[in-house]
Design a protein around this ligand. Sequence first.
Ligand SMILES: Nc1ncnc2c1ncn2[C@@H]1O[C@H](COP(=O)(O)OP(=O)(O)OP(=O)(O)O)[C@@H](O)[C@H]1O
Ligand SMILES: [Mg+2]
Length: 336
Amino acid sequence: MTPVVQLDAVSREFAGTAAVRELDLTVRRGEFTALLGPSGCGKTTTLRMIAGFLEPTAGRILLEGEDATRLPPERRNIGMVFQSYALFPHMTVEKNVAFGLKMRGIADGELRTRTGEALELVGLSHLAGRKPKQLSGGQQQRIALARAIAVRPSVLLLDEPLSNLDARLRIQMRQELARIQKETGLTAILVTHDQEEALELADSMVILDQGTVAQQGAPREVFRAPANRFVAEFLGYENFVELPDGRTVTIRPEHVEVLTPESTDSTPSDGTTVDAVLTAVRFRGTDCVVTAVSQGRTVLATSSDFELRSGRQVRVHLPAAHTIDLPRTKQELPTS
Ligand SMILES: Nc1ncnc2c1ncn2[C@@H]1O[C@H](COP(=O)(O)OP(=O)(O)OP(=O)(O)O)[C@@H](O)[C@H]1O
Ligand SMILES: [Mg+2]
């Protein structure tokens, strides 16, 4: 099946500085792709190039298999929701939603039908006559979504569409997005900082690091097996341990076992066990978080052994089943 969107070694420079570097990306029909990464890593730049607001300095963009690298935005069948919503303040809700259809020269009857359908999809038909300033933030957000959907885009680009909403509304809108995507079979690329959002909505997750793909895969896979330290840190892994054999691994604190002579006198046969000293013990009610230091290496662990105290000699076990090997990223490799 021809991908809906394909980026082929796409780069974009601004005054000699690369914002996106040789980026490859494939989005298939009906797929929901989440684009994540730290501020400034090139997410918005990528979306703007796909939409045609920005030309790549190198590489190709294929839409539905056709080279669209130099095609103007209005000739690409793309819907975009901006972080700021960007509704036209002087137009009614209905006119806002109809705008893209009008631009595309859709005839009046069809235009009214599609506008009505889009408003219904976001549950705001009753507000068609209002102006944007008479709407709440969440309602404006839905209108921006309706406007993007009304043109029946082959791909919908969403640039942090939920980040201006409060926590409760965010979760509600997230569920709504999931429903709309299911109902319409929409293909979408969502930029988000929110890992939960990506986990809940996305079939595929792409993590960008300074304009290149650090890892791409199903969200569960990426969370379970981050490809390198950058991705692991971005996803909230805190333990980075260099093992005696030279490998660097990461492991969730809840998977690290703190062993004392009272808890066991045998050495686990799998994984790695090291002698360590506890330097901090923080009680959390149902368990405690301990910091163990072994030859300058720090390991965080959780334990339900409430006898643990700072200064205590222990052994720390990193079970093989839970340690994730982290190859070094290019940036971390020593330059020689
Ligand atoms: N018009 C521009 N002129 C010059 N530099 C730009 C321009 N647009 C973006 N950049 C730079 O390109 C890099 C990527 O910017 P981009 O907006 O794509 O980041 P982002 O991943 O969307 O970040 P955020 O999460 O903060 O929105 C940044 O270093 C930014 O300063
Ligand atoms: Mg951005």
